[in-house]
Design a protein around this ligand. Structure first.
Ligand code: GDP
Ligand code: PGA
Ligand code: MN
Ligand code: MN
Length: 581
């Protein structure tokens, strides 16, 4: 295979001349190609088969132990001026970044196969979709891209038809953390990633293209690229509302997107459209329309069990690539909180000993095609997406943030999104459990200056006739013993029900300085057995704590200087004034 697109053909030749691979393979995305690469990896030991009786077509990849998460400190946006990317990103001048990366890429594929991977982010026939080509020397990347994107011949055909595409160059290099960089060039729609095989660093269609590069394009073109799940909530009457929700990595997106209703809600249904990324466009109908650019799930494994997430648990019994989980003696995948089986070999491939820490890495992942999910929405493939009724922001906060509250307006909703802060997780290298500011859950992913990004969000009040309502949730409040106060998982449906009722004006709420909170009867907690005092603490605010939070948030906003939109500043002042009175 080669291509009629001259720009692509030239780029592939240039890269081959630079990296000197032994062989070039153009990926067609076929099942036989997938199987062939799997067989090769089984042969060379970079993949092993899991128990074929319990887990047909399931494979395990153990990564380099120093390559298990995104590396935000080594991730850069490279443009002609630093103020375009803001303090929320690492910036490097384009020429310096190119020089650094070219030195790493020179000759780096000697003795290896170079794969050319055309992919389409979004349904292949959607006007909202965008294509890219990833060149990589990692077969692991190729098989993951096959599950995560529309990859191969159809994507190449679309590229040949429409011309433009994002160029992503990737090599695992030596997997040396000292020789590892993820560089983005939004002005020329290209990405260079070296030295890591981890999903977020190496599957370039995902965070690099669909969030960092796409957010830049979206600002120029009038849409939004967001770190959001998309779900459809179907009521017993058969009415479906679509909701998009942004939570930081490892804070519950995949679980919410696949939620199974509790017994009391068995006539309700959640349909999954996406679990990590949403592209949101103003539609011809004046509504905000969402597509999921991805075609698969790259999900956190630990914590997944038959009770917390039955859909995901069942979905990963077959046709799944596991990365960095443990194994039982009979070759089944195992992880913390799986609630069945015992680990025999840990994620490093050693005999399991509890003194060595968790058996599965806390950021171990499954990769599986979206079509394996029994709750996959038929509208996930719709070219014009689905209309969004509500946008939810959320984070992982032991204290402060109530279970749910509603913003008072679109402008206030942008402030609520901008104010997201969350405890760090194992999805990125660094300390876990420290609260950091993570506006719109996009701190690691917004490819440009947050001040401009908030301005762009504010502009949607003019772009849409029917604005979604904006909410904030927190499933993670804890008591002094570290127990979660809210049961979470399936019972989060109760909160979604309240949200949709609020959208339809069917339930009253209490107005507070930070927004509308559920009143004691507004949100259904029947049969949950929650202690009334605990319930009260989940749906109320502590003004002194909030005054402090708003002061700290104010300092953060002020750090964006003159670029901060005046409307956002005004919203912050309104909340502060309300808290002071
Ligand atoms: P994502 O990375 O944002 O997609 O997050 P996941 O849905 O994969 O969840 C990350 C971790 O949070 C997993 O260990 C889940 O079991 C846990 N989690 C998800 N939802 C809830 C919830 O409602 N309550 C609690 N306590 N934990 C949750
Ligand atoms: P997550 O996606 O949001 O499911 O954790 C991966 C990541 O953000 O690194
Ligand atoms: Mn994510
Ligand atoms: Mn996820």
């Amino acid at each position: 295979m080669t291509t009629k697109n001259q720009e692509l053909a030239n780029w592939v030749s240039t890269v081959a001349a630079q990296t000197q691979p032994q062989e070039i393979v153009w990926c067609d995305g076929s099942d036989s190609e997938y199987q062939h690469i799997i067989d090769m990896m089984l042969e060379d030991g970079t993949l092993s088969s899991l128990n074929p009786e319990t887990h047909p077509n399931c494979y395990l990849h153990l990564s380099d132990p120093q390559d298990v998460a995104r590396v935000e400190h080594l991730t850069y946006i490279c443009t002609d001026a630093p103020d375009t990317v803001g303090d929320n990103n690492n910036w490097m001048p384009i020429a310096d970044a190119k020089a650094k990366m070219n030195a790493l890429f020179d000759g780096c594929m000697q003795g290896r196969t170079m794969y050319v991977v055309p992919y389409c982010m979004g349904p292949i026939d959607s006007p909202y979709s965008r294509c890219g080509v990833e060149i990589t020397d990692s077969p692991y990347v190729v098989i993951n891209m096959k599950l995560m994107t529309r990859m191969g011949a159809a994507a190449l055909a679309r590229i040949e038809q429409e011309g433009g595409f994002v160029k992503g160059l990737h090599s695992i290099g030596e997997l040396d953390p000292e020789r590892r960089f993820i560089m983005h060039f939004p002005q020329e729609l290209s990405i260079m990633s070296y030295g890591s095989g981890y999903g977020g660093n190496a599957l370039l269609g995902k965070k690099c293209h669909a969030l960092r590069i796409a957010s830049w394009q979206a600002k120029d073109e009038g849409w939004l690229a967001e770190h959001m799940l998309i779900l459809g909530l179907e009521s017993p009457a058969g009415e479906i509302h679509y909701i998009a929700a942004a939570f930081p990595s490892a804070c519950g997106k995949t679980n919410l997107a696949m939620l199974i209703p509790p017994e009391e809600y068995k006539d309700w249904k959640i349909w999954t459209l996406g679990d990590d990324i949403a592209w949101l466009h103003p539609g011809d109908d004046g509504q905000l329309r969402a597509i999921n650019p991805e075609a698969g799930y790259f999900g956190v494994v630990p914590g997944t069990n038959a009770k917390t997430n039955r859909n995901a648990f069942d979905m990963i019994q077959r046709n799944t690539i596991f990365t960095n989980v443990a194994q039982t003696a009979d070759g089944q995948p195992w992880w913390e909180d799986k609630k069945e089986g015992v680990p025999s070999i840990d994620w490093k491939g050693d005999a399991y000993q509890s003194s060595n820490g968790p058996a599965a890495h806390p950021n171990s992942r499954f990769t599986v095609a979206a079509t394996e999910n029994r709750a996959y929405s038929s509208l996930a493939e719709a070219p014009d997406g689905v209309p969004i009724s509500a946008i939810i922001f959320g984070g992982r906060r032991r204290e402060l943030a109530p279970l749910v509250y509603q913003a008072k307006s679109w402008e206030h909703g942008v402030l609520v999104g901008a104010s997201v802060a969350s405890e760090t997780t194992a999805a990125a290298t660094g300390k876990v459990g420290v609260v950091r500011r993570d506006p719109m859950a996009m701190k690691p992913f917004c490819g440009y200056n947050f001040a401009d990004y908030w301005g762009h969000w504010l502009s949607f009040s003019e772009r849409l006739d029917k604005l979604p309502k904006v909410f904030h949730v927190n499933w993670f409040r804890q008591n002094e013993d570290g127990d979660f106060l809210w049961p979470g998982f399936g019972d989060n449906l109760r909160v979604l029900e309240w949200i949709i009722k609020r959208c339809k004006g069917e339930v009253d709420a209490d107005e507070t300085p930070i927004g509308y909170l559920p009143n004691a009867e507004g949100l259904n907690i029947d049969d949950l057995g929650i202690d009334p005092a605990v319930w009260q603490s989940l749906i109320s605010i502590e003004p002194e704590q909030w005054r402090q939070e708003m002061d700290e948030f104010g300092e953060y906003l002020a750090s964006f200087g003159d670029r901060l939109p005046a409307k956002l500043k005004a919203q912050h002042e309104l909340v502060k004034a309300a808290l002071a009175s």
